[in-house]
Design a protein around this ligand. Structure first.
Ligand code: ATP
Ligand code: MG
Length: 338
């Protein structure tokens, strides 16, 4: 039997990269799951606070993110949807795993190195939670005995770490309490920023024009795509190395073109070869708009139904807590805590 687990941080309204790289897969898995499959999706608010958050803003983002998970088509009757901080077992397992995790390994994580590159000399300012974040992420996945974890490319390294932690724990304590999960990387594994095509699209990047939100109006989508950084080379070709901006637009087109007639990005670029950059951008805006349209409308309805959102979160937390309890019992037994 399969258990699918994944999470998203409530650090802003999800964007096209989140959708194509992760969220769309969550819904696909749910809608095509064999009867024996369990799907668990979390709004990982404890991860969100590894950087400073305004409490009021965080509360709002949690609500918005939950509405978005429902708007994209997750069904609480089929998938467990919950706020991470509602299920204390995540933090509890994290502590136990922290006592196994190597600081050397954590220090080599790309995300840690990136986020701390500018603060090299000020370890006073660097927070322990940001450093140990991958241990919490490992706990998230392991506490539900996930077998498969659908994520974008940027999370592959953290999942490698989760497998390492699981195997290490099982070996140390002579148990099979933890299951090393498989990573499922979506075909659109890395959607790039519209303003800096060498960086991935992110919720937390300071420039709102760098990303297309799943709540953006058609007008906003058109203006963001129009302003996307490209290059001055003639014609349309797919070449991520030399033409990252154009290639990102072709990627977006390819992955939003209602699962297109083209078999590859190269082929869809060929079709556009004689066209202008403007024509490419118009096509991208069209396909993005048609992808986002229905999501946006259903999001607006859901966001105002607080009663329903609270109920979904409460029921999700209850189911997630039950799932986690099974693992915690085995883990505590293995360690000698119970
Ligand atoms: P933040 O900037 O706060 O880290 P984020 O945009 O990176 O936000 P996360 O909540 O960290 O979003 O990640 C949620 C999921 O979306 C993860 O599975 C991640 O791999 C995926 N993801 C994030 N950004 C992209 C992207 N640009 N392309 C493809 N997948 C992405
Ligand atoms: Mg991220």
């Amino acid at each position: 039997r399969k258990t699918i687990f994944s999470g998203i941080q409530p650090t802003g309204v999800p964007h096209l990269g989140n959708y194509l790289g992760a969220l769309r897969q969550w819904v696909d898995v749910q809608d095509n799951a064999a009867p024996n499959t369990t799907m668990i999706y979390s709004l990982v608010d404890l991860h969100a606070i590894t950087v400073r958050q305004d409490p009021k803003q965080l509360r709002q983002w949690k609500k918005e993110s939950l509405s978005m998970l429902l708007a994209i088509g997750l069904d609480p009757n089929k998938s467990t949807i919950f706020h991470q901080s509602d299920v204390p077992a995540h933090s509890e397992l994290m502590w136990i795993l922290s006592c196994q995790a190597s600081t050397g390994y954590l220090g080599r994580m790309t995300q840690w190195k990136d986020k701390t590159a500018n603060e090299k000399d000020s370890s006073e300012k660097l927070k322990l939670g940001l450093f140990s974040y991958p241990v919490l992420q490992a706990a998230d996945v392991l506490v539900h005995r996930a077998t498969h974890v659908p994520v974008g490319h940027d999370q592959a390294q953290h999942l490698e770490f989760a497998r390492e932690v699981a195997n290490g724990f099982n070996h140390t304590f002579g148990t099979d309490a933890l299951i090393p999960p498989e990573t499922l990387i979506s075909p659109a594994k890395r959607v790039m920023s519209l303003t800096d095509p060498l960086a991935k699209m992110s919720k937390s990047h300071p420039n709102p024009k760098s990303r297309i939100l799943l709540t953006d109006s058609e007008e906003v989508i058109r203006s963001k795509v129009k302003a996307a950084v490209t290059d001055s080379i003639d014609g349309i070709t797919y070449d991520p190395e030399r033409r990252p901006g154009v290639s990102n637009l072709i990627d977006i087109l390819y992955h939003t073109d209602s699962r297109s007639a083209y078999s590859s990005q190269e082929e869809s670029a060929k079709d556009l070869a004689g066209r202008s950059m403007r024509a490419l951008k118009e096509r991208v805006a069209d396909t993005v708009e048609s992808t986002v349209k229905r999501i946006r409308a259903s999001y607006e309805d859901l966001l105002h139904d607080e009663f329903y959102l609270d109920r979904v979160a409460a029921e999700g937390a209850e189911k997630a807590a039950k799932s986690a309890a099974v693992t915690m019992k085995a883990v505590k037994n293995a360690v000698g805590l119970a």
